[in-house]
Structures are given as structure tokens and as C-alpha cells.
Design a protein around this ligand. Structure first.
Ligand SMILES: Cc1cc2nc3c(=O)[nH]c(=O)nc-3n(C[C@H](O)[C@H](O)[C@H](O)COP(=O)(O)OP(=O)(O)OC[C@H]3O[C@@H](n4cnc5c(N)ncnc54)[C@H](O)[C@@H]3O)c2cc1C
Length: 382
């Protein structure tokens, strides 16, 4: 399989690297510490046509594809994981349900503003009692006249509470009872619908500038045409959407590990102990060698999954493997990077501490490591 980027993909990667260096890097720590969501950056990303990379031109995107998305996210994620996270959630789980399951009318109405970057996409699956056990959602929808009436609570939902948010697509079911045979429905819920409350942002360990909040629905009424996909197909649609989401989260892991390697290498060449640079001590060299090897492993796995998707070939197993491996590589790389920086790495004066704080979520969000193993085992026929 060919992992070389095309000239266009390379240009996009270079563009993202320059943008991240100039427009994000100088402010990333300040935004993180202030827990500030930089809306202006997403206007700029929209101007650069980065908000619809997976969406065809007819619906406002560029149709650049998965390899291009991975290349772009890799550069942004090396500088600021929160910005890259917000963008990846928008590009994949926030937008793809409309592309894959929407009618023409729904695509023009909801997807085009997302792909143009006028709006930010959000995906409402998780509930207080249902994360890994996603089929156990309790949010209900029932048809009353020409409206769906939605009741329930979603938790940990990213991108639904920003000035750019339109609302979210929520997974609901026809009854609140258990994991039995229920009709699951994906329903579009616009913000400002009466009865829909967006909670306060969570206080998180990392991802401080990612907008993550609870969403509460109390007799929320939306028009019948806000059903996305067939009645009863919502659960399958959500699981299908997560397959591509795994590639983009895996890219966050790759970029985080790469950033940690780069910072550690630089620091190890500058900092001296026992009369010589840290990088001259074999114990530190081995850490750096392991980090570099693991970054390469993550890159190969992420680009393989992206390449398979672009070729229209099955990629569910490879995406889950890439997400599992690259998130765990990122956690380890962040830990080693702080270790190499010593006491300075433990202070917020060095960005390596931000990457350390941002790393842990990668083994949890969009399916924990355990869930990825379940997906892989299922694909193996277990
Ligand atoms: C910052 C952040 C952003 C998020 N953004 C979104 C979003 O935009 N949209 C959305 O829908 N969700 C979002 N989530 C939710 C996230 O996807 C869930 O937190 C995740 O899927 C895990 O679910 P849970 O928290 O309920 O943990 P649980 O499912 O309760 O799991 C707890 C632990 O038990 C393990 N476990 C559970 N079942 C098994 C089993 N059968 N075998 C072995 N181990 C098991 C899990 O792997 C985990 O380690 C976000 C979460 C965070 C923290």
C-alpha cells in the first residue's frame, strides 16, 4: 500500500503546518489555561476550506478525502490537540451522519453549512448510564402528529455549546427499556428548540479548549423531517459513523506522540547533566529511539486505515487497530516526554505538560481501548 501523499495532500499538510505555527502555537497555552474556545480560529479554518474535507463539493466541502484529513490533523495536532480535536469531531462524527444517511434536502439544509464551516457538527451518543454500552441509551423519541418529542440526557457531548454550534444529532430510541429490540433513531435537534438545554462545560484534565457539555431534552419537539436515515436504523448509523471517527482520533494520538518526540529531542540536545547533553546518555537515547519507533508504527497504521477508506475498501478493523495503538502510544510518549524534561516538564511553563494532560482522553473518547479490542475481536470472528 502506498503511503506517499499526493502533491495536493502535501500542499494541504504544509498549509496546516504554517497556519498552526503562526496562528495557533503562540496562543495554545494561553487558551488552554483560560479554557477559552477560539471561535476565530474556526472562521480561519473555514476560509482555508478545511471544514469540509470529507464532504463532496456539491454539499459545500472540498472532497479532499481521508488521507488529506489525516495529513491536516497531524499538523494541527502537533501544535494544539484541542483545536485538532474540535476539527476532527466536526469533520467525522459531526458531519458524516448527514452525508451517509441524510436525504438530499437534509444534506443541503444541514450538511452544507457544516462543510462550509459556518456551523460546527456534534454527535450525541453518550448518556450517563451508556457509554461503552451504547445500546443502553435511555433518551426516547415518539411521534406526536408531525413532530418527534424527545426526552433524555446526553453527557460529554463535544462541539454542541459553542457560538458556531447548530445543535446536534442525537441517538434516541422508541422506549427507554434496556438493551432489547428497540427502534433506534438519529434525530437532528437544533439549538434554541424549546426544552433543549445545553449544560455548563465540564472541568476536564486536558482538552481544555474543546467544548464538552451535558445536553438535556425535556419534551423537545422537532419536525418529523428531522429524522436522519430510516426509522430504526439509528444505532447502526451511529456505529458506522464511529468507524471513520476512529481514524481521526488515531491521528490525534499520532500527532501527540510526534509532538512529544520532537520536544523531547530538542530538550535532550540542549539540557546538560553530568557535563554532557541528555541526548548523550544512552538511557535517554533509548527512550527517544522507542518513541520514534512507536510514532512510525502509529503513522503507518493511521495512514493505512485512511488509505483503505479512500479506496472504498473495508477499514473497520484497521481503524480500530490504529485508534487502539496510536492512543496508547500517545499516552506512553507523553509520559516519557515529561520524564525527559524532568521537573520542568511538570510545570505549565513547558508545553510538554499540556500534551501530557491531553493524552489520557485518547484511550477513552470515541470508544475506550477495551471497546477497540472488542471491535477488533469481533472482526476476527470471535
Ligand atoms: C472529553 C470528552 C469528550 C467526549 N465527546 C463525546 C461526544 O462528542 N459525543 C459522544 O457521544 N460521547 C463523547 N464522549 C464520551 C466518550 O465516548 C465515553 O466517555 C466513552 O465511550 C466511555 O464511556 P463511559 O465514559 O460511559 O465509560 P464506561 O462505558 O462506563 O466504561 C468504564 C470503563 O469500563 C470499561 N468497560 C466497559 N464495559 C466493558 C466490558 N464489557 N469489558 C471490559 N471493559 C469494559 C471501559 O473500557 C472503561 O475503561 C466524550 C468523553 C469525553 C471525556
Amino acid at each position: 500500500m502506498d503511503f506517499e501523499l499526493t502533491a495536493e495532500q502535501q500542499m494541504l499538510k504544509d498549509l496546516c503546518r504554517d497556519f498552526a505555527r503562526k496562528e495557533i502555537a503562540p496562543y495554545a497555552d494561553e487558551w488552554f489555561d483560560a479554557e477559552y474556545f477560539p471561535t476565530e480560529i474556526f472562521h480561519q479554518l473555514a476560509d482555508l476550506q478545511l471544514m469540509g474535507l470529507l464532504i463532496p463539493e456539491e454539499y459545500g466541502g472540498t472532497g479532499a478525502g481521508t488521507m488529506a484529513m489525516v495529513a491536516a490533523l497531524e499538523e494541527l495536532g502537533k501544535v494544539d490537540q484541542s483545536i485538532a480535536t474540535t476539527l476532527q469531531a466536526h469533520l467525522t462524527i459531526g458531519s458524516l451522519p448527514f452525508l451517509h444517511f441524510g436525504t438530499e434536502e437534509q444534506k443541503h439544509k444541514w450538511l452544507t453549512p457544516l462543510a462550509r464551516g459556518e456551523r460546527l457538527g456534534a454527535f450525541g451518543l453518550t448518556e450517563p448510564q451508556a457509554g461503552s454500552d451504547a445500546a443502553n441509551i435511555q433518551t426516547t423519541s415518539r411521534l406526536e402528529g408531525d413532530s418527534w418529542v424527545v426526552n433524555g440526557t446526553k453527557c460529554f457531548i463535544s462541539n454542541a455549546g459553542t457560538p458556531l454550534s447548530y445543535g446536534l444529532v442525537a441517538l434516541t430510541a422508541d422506549s427507554a427499556g434496556g438493551n432489547g429490540k428497540r427502534a433506534y433513531r438519529a434525530i437532528i435537534i437544533p439549538k434554541d428548540t424549546p426544552g433543549y438545554t445545553v449544560g455548563q462545560p465540564y472541568k476536564k484534565i486536558g482538552w481544555h479548549t474543546v467544548d464538552t457539555r451535558e445536553q438535556v431534552f425535556e419534551n423537545v419537539r422537532v419536525p418529523r423531517e428531522n429524522l436522519l436515515g430510516e426509522d430504526g436504523s439509528g444505532f447502526r448509523a451511529f456505529l458506522k459513523t464511529l468507524e471513520c471517527g476512529r481514524i481521526s482520533v488515531a491521528t490525534l494520538g499520532l500527532s501527540l506522540a510526534e509532538a512529544c518526540l520532537n520536544m523531547s529531542l530538542r530538550y535532550a540536545q540542549e539540557r546538560k547533566t553530568f557535563g554532557k547533553p541528555l541526548a548523550s546518555h544512552q538511557a535517554i537515547q533509548f527512550k527517544l529511539a522507542d518513541m520514534a519507533t512507536q510514532v512510525d508504527m502509529a503513522r503507518l497504521m493511521v495512514y493505512r486505515a485512511a488509505g483503505l477508506r479512500d479506496q472504498g475498501r473495508p477499514y473497520a478493523k484497521e481503524a480500530a487497530m490504529a485508534k487502539l495503538a496510536s492512543s496508547e502510544i500517545a499516552v506512553k510518549a507523553a509520559e516519557e516526554a515529561v520524564q525527559i524534561h524532568g521537573g520542568y516538564g511538570y510545570t505549565r511553563d513547558f508545553p510538554v505538560s499540556r500534551f501530557y494532560l491531553d493524552s489520557k482522553i485518547l484511550t477513552i473518547g470515541e470508544g475506550t481501548s477495551e471497546v477497540q479490542r472488542m471491535v477488533i475481536a469481533r472482526q476476527l470472528g470471535c
